[in-house]
Design a protein. Structure first.
Length: 205
């Protein structure tokens, strides 16, 4: 599918008028995808997430597509997350599924990108592989997408740096302190093999 097919789809002014949003009527209309970051579909187009007692906006066709692009310009979503988000406002769930599949094929949506971004972010936060796998599972992303990256990461070094930051470089001799450090690193999602090596590593190693 060519980019031309997706161009000039985000006619936000028309969408706002369609749903009775008059707050920003004085603002100029934005129709290009690159302008989408200034468009908050949930704050401007919809005042709140529809509940079971409220009628859904019932987006279809180009309006649903426009909303999907607006959502994706603000944040990367996994395929499963995007389906559920769009389904809140769409008329037909089947149309949402077909649209998300199309966006995924054209690389507008990518579970691969989401997985790689999450891996990088979680590592910076000091999280181990088990925590990262749990996060991926919660977003219904296949861990196999970053299996190589998980294997290539030096988790002993990651655990050691976290241990040093929390407890210093001294190797624990007190069984209680050692157990405390083990629990701490397990909670962060590291595997036992990496944990033992990390807490027994000497500063000069």
């Amino acid at each position: 599918m060519s980019d031309a097919k997706f161009s000039k789809l985000l006619d936000y002014e028309t969408l706002k008028q369609q749903f009775g949003d008059t707050e920003d009527q004085a603002q100029p209309a934005k129709s290009a995808i690159q302008d989408a970051p200034e468009f908050d579909p949930e704050e401007r187009l919809f005042s709140s997430t529809p509940t079971q007692d409220e009628k859904k906006p019932g987006l279809t066709g180009s309006r649903l597509r426009s909303y999907a692009f607006a959502v994706l310009t603000r944040k990367e979503y996994s395929k499963a997350e995007l389906i559920e988000k769009l389904a809140l406002y769409a008329e037909h769930r089947d149309e949402v599924i077909n649209l998300v599949e199309e966006l995924s094929r054209e690389n507008y949506q990518s579970d691969q990108r989401v997985a790689e971004t999450m891996l990088s972010s979680q590592k910076r936060k000091g999280k181990g592989p088990n925590q990262i796998k749990m996060k991926l599972k919660s977003k219904k992303i296949d861990t196999a997408l970053i299996s190589e990256e998980l294997k290539e990461t030096d988790w002993v070094q990651q655990a050691y740096e976290l241990k040093v930051k929390k407890y210093g470089t001294e190797v624990p001799k007190d069984p209680k302190l050692k157990a405390k450090q083990i629990r701490f690193l397990m909670y962060r999602g590291f595997e036992m093999d990496a944990i033992i090596k990390a807490i027994n590593r000497k500063a000069e190693d």
